[in-house]
Design a protein. Structure first.
Length: 384
């Protein structure tokens, strides 16, 4: 039980440090106007109200954003708002940490009193309730903050072996059920990012479009849809980037880099070179915001899995979705829709079908899955 308590406090302190870093480095935050990576060149050229100094250059030459872009993609978090976010997050975390120390003192006092013994079961129940309180408070705060805090929650929840189960359960919601956007906003992004420059309307492309998302994560939201006959009429998954998320999330990471660089220059003894860590994270996140890059990666992976090093066709060990080439932009990605169950819910699905998680069928499934993933990984690394 001591281990779980220590792990919970460690998670909270790390996240609190992130918030404090944001607060101390806000003075160096870029102005949101004309943010270099926020606007794709193809979108700028399609709007006469956008002024481009040199069309051959990147979107960083933007001087005046369109009304749509200004509303949805150039409203980065202002300095004052970033301070408020960081302060709010830090105060919340401090409150949770304080509740842990209070609970520890309360239990220590109960153990010290000769007439008020507490059993191990009662102590465990007390800590479980404390974890539940802390996890619920943290989850609600992150839900309201969004940005890098959501990404951090996703990373933490992916390691349920390292944190109390209450935190893993509470933070897992940010993997695919994170504060869904309204379908009206989603449709507007699709129309402006994908259809306006093509001279098409929403109904020209989509025969059906589910209003309830399949999933909603930190960077994007995904909806199930059916294409019109003009585009093949098949079922697809439509991935739409959240408005303003690039500025918000990358701004948080940039601040982390600044303070980590300061620690490096001051020769502060840290267990990890955090500047290198955040620099790598920044590079990886940049690709997450460009769905054209993601579509190219999907196609490259498909070719690796279905074609050997000699160019001969082979059967892929796994099924991967492919993008619809005519329906891809920087912020909208339309791809094949594959029915299935997330691995994180495989155990629940087995129980629903009457399959014992530790039974023969489950073990065969696990063995086949491991073999398929290992083969796919090997091909992608050794033959790419």
């Amino acid at each position: 039980m001591y281990i779980n308590t220590r792990l919970a406090r460690t998670v909270l302190i790390l996240l609190s440090t992130t918030a404090l870093i944001n607060a101390f480095s806000v003075s160096q935050t870029q102005s949101p106007v004309g943010h270099a990576s926020a606007l794709p060149l193809s979108r700028l050229q399609s709007h006469p109200s956008s002024i481009i100094a040199n069309p051959s250059r990147s979107a960083s030459t933007l001087l005046i954003p369109t009304e749509y872009e200004n509303q949805h993609y150039t409203n980065a978090v202002a300095t004052g708002e970033r301070i408020r976010r960081a302060a709010m997050f830090s105060l919340t975390i401090a409150s949770i940490i304080r509740s842990y120390y209070s609970k520890f003192l309360e239990l220590s006092l109960q153990k010290a009193l000769p007439f008020n013994h507490i059993t191990e079961e009662e102590e465990e129940q007390t800590w479980n309730e404390q974890h539940a309180y802390g996890a619920d408070t943290l989850s609600k705060t992150i839900m309201s903050m969004q940005g890098f805090y959501v990404k951090a929650a996703q990373i933490i929840s992916s390691r349920p072996d390292s944190i109390p189960q209450e935190y893993a359960d509470a933070l897992s919601v940010f993997t695919d059920d994170n504060d869904p956007l309204s379908v009206e906003v989603i449709k507007e992004v699709i129309e402006e990012e994908l259809l306006v420059q093509r001279g098409e309307k929403f109904d020209d492309v989509f025969e059906e479009f589910d209003e309830v998302p399949l999933g909603s994560a930190s960077v994007a939201q995904v909806h199930h849809a059916v294409l019109t006959k003009k585009y093949g009429g098949g079922e697809v998954a439509v991935k739409v980037q959240r408005p303003s998320i690039e500025d918000k999330l990358m701004g948080d990471v940039a601040n982390l880099k600044r303070i980590a660089k300061l620690f490096r220059e001051l020769s502060v003894d840290l267990p990890v070179d955090y500047y290198a860590v955040f620099t790598e994270l920044e590079e990886q996140l940049n690709d997450e915001f460009d769905f054209e890059v993601e579509a190219a990666s999907m196609e490259r992976m498909h070719n690796i899995l279905t074609t050997d090093e000699n160019g001969a066709k082979r059967e892929s060990p796994i099924v991967t979705p492919r993008s619809i080439p005519a329906l891809v932009s920087k912020r909208v990605l339309v791809m094949d829709y594959l029915k299935g169950v997330p691995l994180s819910r495989a155990s629940d699905e087995m129980k629903r079908k009457g399959i014992a998680p530790d039974g023969v069928e489950a073990k065969l499934f696990a063995r086949k899955l491991l073999n398929s993933l290992t083969t796919a990984f090997g091909w992608s690394i050794l033959e790419s």
